[in-house]
Design a protein around this ligand. Structure first.
Ligand code: PSU
Ligand code: MN
Length: 304
């Protein structure tokens, strides 16, 4: 019933048993401005190939679930106006109605599971927004991590979020949050925060082993790998704090709610930092893609 279209390289990788890494498309349509969005998407795909795995960027195009995009499809999606941001709630509607939508972290996890992919790289997951005690704005990404088996590599939760509350929800939902190679939880544009991560791992092999163990135990839900941004690309948390506060105040003053909140904040932070936030965002996504490819390769070895 659900129509899935694999890109040529993903179809070949599936047949050969090559490691595959899923990528989201909301970061292309709603997370970065054109034309950098398309350049970065292609670069991140190439990083995965250079590490020895195959990228599968997810999107719904005219009601078909695409697992891996051809170059022209990626270009078109990156330039299209008014593409829907599709999460768990709206993905089946988008597919059923023959519409086009970019997948969030939650929707990409669902797509990857349907395609038999275990590992997914992104920038930062959605989480509990600042002021959530009033707005109740908690990303569906967190509940997805609790129910869909997937290793998701991110640079921690975006610093626009309430990171302590995000960690509390993940703990409640039984989602392991594993810092890669350090004790503290990375904070997206900054490599360190003053919060200790609940768990730490230092190798892709260990991460693959814990993924396989969850599968062996038939536990629903995935694991979140918090991979710090490379030190030479980070922006100090003190520099960003007032920028984030200003963007949040503007969002509140303008009554921005729901799906629009995260894209609004990212765009304002991009403007207020004169593009520095984007440069850091690009570095961390590429770094996450490389680690995800290493984990996917280890998983292929474990399953052999
Ligand atoms: N990470 C980025 N940029 C983004 C996002 C993540 O570096 O644009 C997107 C992801 O698709 C994530 C979504 O799932 O933001 C979260 O949106 P919300 O807070 O509305 O759930
Ligand atoms: Mn939200």
């Amino acid at each position: 019933m659900i129509e899935i279209q694999y890109s040529a390289e993903v179809a070949a990788a599936r047949a050969a048993g090559t490691a595959i890494v899923a990528l989201e498309s909301t970061i292309i349509t709603h997370g970065m401005p054109f034309p950098q969005n398309v350049e970065v998407a292609a670069q991140v795909e190439q990083d995965i190939r250079d590490t020895g795995a195959i990228p599968a960027t997810m999107a719904v195009i005219k009601g078909v679930l695409h697992v891996g995009l051809e170059t022209d499809q990626l270009q078109a999606l990156g330039q299209a106006q008014g593409v829907a941001k599709v999460s768990r709630a709206d993905m089946p509607v988008c597919l059923a109605m023959g519409k086009t939508g970019a997948t969030t972290v939650a929707a990409t996890m669902i797509a990857a599971r349907l395609a038999g992919i275990d590992v997914f790289a992104t920038g930062g997951i959605g989480g509990v927004h600042k002021g959530a005690e009033h707005s109740f704005d908690i990303s569906a990404d967190l509940m997805e991590l609790a129910q869909t088996p997937m290793t998701v590599v991110a640079a921690g939760a975006k610093a626009i979020l309430d990171i302590p509350k995000t960690l509390e929800v993940l703990e409640t939902q039984g989602v392991p949050v594993i810092a890669y190679g350090q004790d503290s939880i990375p904070a997206f544009w900054s490599s360190q925060s003053d919060l200790n991560a609940p768990l730490r791992m230092d190798t892709a092999r260990d991460i693959a082993r814990s993924h396989a163990m969850r599968q062996a135990m038939a536990l629903p839900g995935g694991q979140l790998i918090a991979n710090p941004i490379p030190a030479d690309a980070e922006i100090a948390a003190e520099v960003l704090a007032p920028v984030i506060a200003q963007a949040q105040a503007e969002a509140d003053a303008q009554g921005v709610t729901g799906k629009a909140v995260t894209p609004f904040l990212l765009q304002r932070i991009f403007e207020l930092t004169e593009g520095r936030s984007l440069t850091a965002n690009i570095a961390l996504v590429r770094n996450n893609a490389r680690l995800a490819a290493e984990i996917a390769k280890e998983l292929v070895k474990l399953k052999a």
